[in-house]
Design a protein around this ligand. Structure first.
Ligand SMILES: Nc1ncnc2c1ncn2[C@@H]1O[C@H](COP(=O)(O)OP(=O)(O)OP(=O)(O)O)[C@@H](O)[C@H]1O
Ligand SMILES: [Mg+2]
Length: 440
């Protein structure tokens, strides 16, 4: 049946292999002693500066690196960036006496997702290591499969399942919060609807999903109910859990409270790949709006996707994080055409000083942008949200931004996956050919 990215007890059997990087031998010893109390933790190496840490990480391929920030030669931030780039399946936990947000932000930008202050509290240290280890389980599995020469089949080429439909899974993702994922995912799911085509939108942002708010849907049932029924789920039952928007769009809403999303993430992180395995073939398109954090849930759906719409904003942090994500996708072997990078909230660099122009963004990302959606008057989006309709459907004039670009994006994705383009009936203007989305 479904792939199960996270094996719960994997760590306790094989041991969690840990590399300690700290310039103070006493600090390394101190942590090593703390870790010796628990059998599952195995300290496999110790390094006294960033450069040595990177070399040891490449050689030993630990599961976890505990990394000090202030070190001579190469500091922990630079080392963490190099490790996460070369070895995306390794979880890096930053550790420092400094407890200020600037450090935290820089550590996050360097690719570290977890932060501990020095000296660490014993329980906090254990829990953080276990949590990070668990969250990286799907990535480790992907790498093991690649190392064993098992080729990951492209989802688009998988045989059609029982439902007989195309079952294309499209994930709208950005490592940056507020990049526009919900705006784009709701519009894309809506824009892909055509006569005879079934489209499903899943709010897979488990903690702060906004799809219900954007489409003014009151949840009768949510992903929480899917988790409860996952072992005996069939399509009829699943369709009872789905909410139908006025436009006819089918929507599976996310957990109503963040804590519920956290329990799904920790206890059933593979629920979405399992669900998709069972239901995707009953739809032509399943669009998922995922949260920004790279955890087991996100990694599972990104792997399963036939197409990832990766949103980037024209700001340095967004571009930098997008670069890290592209490196990660490359290293897990995602096909280049699986990822469509779209610049959202684009502004004219001639009018706004300091904003990198699209060419510079492409240079930095070493990738072409497949589309650009301009920054529009917030009222256009608020108006759609207030009416509870996707932005793409909020104005019949499809020459207006961002309706024009969102329509073009939907048509672009439709063509890329279905091979032919059907233009919606009441559409007055065909998508721009040779424009941003006209590229193949
Ligand atoms: N092209 C755009 N022009 C202007 N505003 C936009 C555009 N796209 C999105 N926004 C606005 O940016 C904000 C964030 O958008 P949205 O909620 O879609 O992003 P998100 O990536 O889902 O965010 P979150 O991280 O909160 O889930 C919203 O207020 C939305 O109205
Ligand atoms: Mg959102």
């Amino acid at each position: 049946m479904g792939k199960s990215p996270a094996k719960k007890d994997e760590g306790s059997k094989a041991g969690i292999r840990i590399l300690l990087v700290d310039d103070m031998p006493e600090a390394r010893e101190g942590i090593k002693k703390l870790l010796q109390f628990e059998q599952e933790f195995k300290v496999v190496g110790g390094a006294s500066n960033g450069r040595e840490g990177v070399a040891q990480a490449k050689e030993l391929k630990p599961d976890i690196v505990i990394m000090d920030i202030n070190m001579p030669d190469m500091d922990g931030l630079e080392a963490a960036a190099l490790i996460t780039k070369a070895l995306p399946m390794v979880g890096v936990i930053m550790m420092s006496v400094q407890d200020d947000t600037d450090y935290l932000q820089r550590a996050m930008m360097a690719g570290a997702r977890f932060f501990l202050t020095k000296p660490p509290d014993m329980d906090k240290l254990y829990n953080t290591i276990r949590m990070v280890y668990q969250q990286y389980a799907p990535l480790r599995e992907q790498f093991e499969r690649i190392a064993q020469g098992v080729v990951i089949p492209a989802a688009a080429e998988e045989p059609t399942g029982e439902g007989g439909r195309a079952g294309h899974v499209i994930v709208v993702y950005s490592p940056t919060g507020g990049a526009g994922c919900t705006t784009v995912a709701t519009s894309l799911a809506s824009g892909l609807m055509r006569e005879g085509i079934r489209s499903l939108l899943i709010d897979a942002d488990l903690q702060f999903g906004d799809v219900g708010a954007f489409l003014d849907l009151r949840p009768q049932a949510t992903l929480v109910d899917v988790v409860e029924a996952i072992d005996e789920l069939d399509i009829d039952y699943f369709e009872n859990l789905v909410t139908t928007h006025n436009s006819g769009l089918k929507v599976l809403l996310g957990p109503p409270r963040p804590a519920m999303g956290v329990s799904i993430r920790d206890e059933k992180p593979d629920v979405l790949p399992i669900l998709l395995e069972q239901i995707a073939s009953y739809y032509d398109f399943v669009v998922l709006d995922v949260g920004k954090s790279i955890d087991a849930v996100t990694a599972g759906v990104l792997e399963r996707a036939s197409k990832i719409v990766l949103l980037v904003n024209p700001s340095l942090p967004s571009i930098k994080n997008t670069r890290l994500v592209i490196d990660w996708f490359d290293s897990v072997g995602f096909a280049a055409d699986k990822v469509s990078i779209v610049l959202n909230k684009a502004v004219d660099p001639r009018q706004v000083k300091g904003v990198p122009p699209p060419e510079r963004i492409q240079q930095f990302l070493k990738r072409q942008l497949e589309g650009t959606i301009p920054l529009v008057d917030e009222r256009i989006i608020l108006n759609a949200v207030n009416k509870g309709i996707p932005v793409i459907a909020s104005d019949r004039d499809t020459t207006k931004s961002p309706i024009k670009e969102l329509t073009a994006l939907s048509n672009h994705v439709y063509t890329a996956l279905m091979g032919e383009e059907k233009i919606v009936e009441d559409q007055e203007v065909k998508p721009a050919r040779g424009g941003w989305f006209g590229r193949k």
